[in-house]
Design a protein. Structure first.
Length: 473
């Protein structure tokens, strides 16, 4: 069986039955050696030169990018990095780097609602199916596995300007954390690919334990394989004193990695243990803006009976395109730098991707889905930290300076108020100063009096001394 067939069989029952089939674009990179995911030996924040790299001291990174399309436009995409530590007991780590929706599933040309209602698209189930497919085909069942992610809601990550569409529903941080916990629980509980689940942990920096506990899924009826608890999957439970640099993985473009590198640069690598790490992390920029940020991890083993890993390796299966890292980076850049506020731009991008012969059509068979309408789409699932645009701080006006809307005259209630309440307060009235009796307002010395004159009152002529006489010729 090819990897392409496994993918179709995994997603077909999770996609709604529609007249137009869904299509998936799936690319993965060739494995490349990268710096160790966790510090081993000396502490260096930058990778060493390739000529000096010891194969036993490196990890191998493979990146998977999956885009789901419908009716000629991309509706959802997810990027997952798979780190493989080369060694007999090396753990395999799946890091969910980014996931996003475009908001175009329920729309048509011109961003107008589609002509006919569309069945609801359960992206949580689709996400679980994609992760299970990777576990079946690209994870060694003989070694332990863990899934890690850093959940924080934003308007967009993979699809620029898609957050401007009203049809794109962006979850709050709290709802997004719960959404991912449900996705991971379904990933390991549904199907037989996961044999045994170990630790399942959630940490929300800055939150009290009783608050974090309210997020944890309830194990209903004892049927679930997962037992979610507060904490992390990085430190051994019995060794919290270990330095953070020997436990925390250094994923690309991750806030934990940036903080870890700062610790190393400050030469505190040997002194920051588990308790101090989480305490100091709370005051970092990504965590101090009053947003719910979840650090989620789960450990488990893969069932060898359900795995196609060895079979596909022997057959050298290439039904899922494998790209060189440079080609993959160019393709990813093309997808993630367009204006997704436009339906037509999305449509053009999808047509361009279709020419690469990597489209896999999948006819969904799920029939129990309700109708989906604009404004009621599946949640945007966004991870990592957005650094392009700062968070907007909402400032509330003081009640004393808020201008309230005047009540119309006809609606004003008639109140029998004493007359005195309608007069100005005497403390704010500027009074005319009183003049004492017998005291003039102006000093008498400042008053210019009219000189006494013998001229009769009716005389209005000027004094002859003031008249300029005409000289005699």
């Amino acid at each position: 069986m090819s990897a392409k067939t496994v993918l179709i069989e995994e997603l077909k029952p999770l996609l709604p039955a529609t007249e137009t089939p869904f299509a998936v674009f799936y690319w993965k990179t060739k494995g490349k050696r990268v710096r160790p995911l966790v510090f081993r030996g000396g502490y260096k924040t930058l990778p060493e030169k390739k000529s000096k790299v010891d194969p036993a001291s490196t990890d191998v990174l493979t990146t998977h990018f999956v885009a789901l399309t419908y009716a000629g436009v991309i509706v959802y995409a997810i990027e997952i990095e798979v780190y493989d530590h080369l060694g007999p007991d090396g753990i395999q780590t799946l890091f969910v780097s980014k996931a996003d929706t475009t908001g175009h599933y329920t729309l048509g040309p011109g961003n107008k609602p589609a002509a006919a209602p569309r069945p609801k698209l359960a992206l949580g189930d689709v996400t679980s199916g994609i992760i299970r497919f990777i576990l079946k085909c690209y994870v060694d069942p003989t070694r332990p596995v863990r899934i890690c992610l850093f959940a924080r809601a934003e308007k967009q990550y993979l699809f620029p300007l898609s957050g401007d569409l009203p049809s794109k529903h962006v979850l709050s941080g709290a709802k997004l954390i719960r959404w991912w916990l449900k996705v991971l629980s379904n990933t390991v509980n549904n199907g037989a690919i996961v044999e045994k689940v170990g630790r399942a942990r959630l940490q929300i920096p800055g939150n009290e334990p009783h608050t974090i506990r309210s997020y944890l899924p309830v194990n209903a009826g004892g049927e679930s394989k997962t037992n979610w608890q507060i904490g992390d999957v990085f430190w051994p439970d019995d060794k919290p004193e270990l330095p953070a640099v020997k436990c925390i993985p250094r994923f690309k473009d991750d806030p934990l990695t940036r903080f870890l590198d700062n610790i190393v640069n400050d030469r505190r690598a040997d002194t920051v243990d588990k308790k101090r790490f989480w305490m100091e992390l709370e005051i970092q920029q990504e965590f101090r803006l009053s947003f719910e940020v979840g650090v989620i991890g789960i450990e488990f083993s893969v069932n060898p009976v359900e795995s196609f890993y060895q079979q596909l390796r022997k057959a050298k299966d290439e039904s899922i395109p494998t790209l060189k890292n440079r080609s993959f980076d160019s393709l990813r850049e093309f997808i993630t730098t367009l204006d997704y506020s436009s339906y037509e731009v999305n449509q053009h991008a999808t047509e361009t991707l279709s020419r690469r012969n990597s489209k896999i059509e999948i006819a969904g068979t799920r029939a129990d889905t309700p109708v989906d309408t604009p404004g009621d789409v599946q949640p945007t699932t966004l991870l990592a930290v957005k650094r392009k645009r700062p968070e907007t701080v909402v400032r509330s006006l003081d009640a004393s300076i808020v201008k309230r809307k005047a009540v119309p005259v006809q609606n004003k209630p008639v109140v029998d108020t004493p007359l005195a309440s309608n007069t100005l307060d005497t403390s704010i009235i500027r009074k005319k100063p009183k003049t004492e009796q017998g005291v003039r307002s102006l000093d008498a010395s400042l008053i210019r009096k009219k000189p006494a004159s013998d001229t009769p009152a009716e005389t209005t002529m000027l004094d002859t001394s003031l008249i300029r006489k005409k000289s005699k010729s």
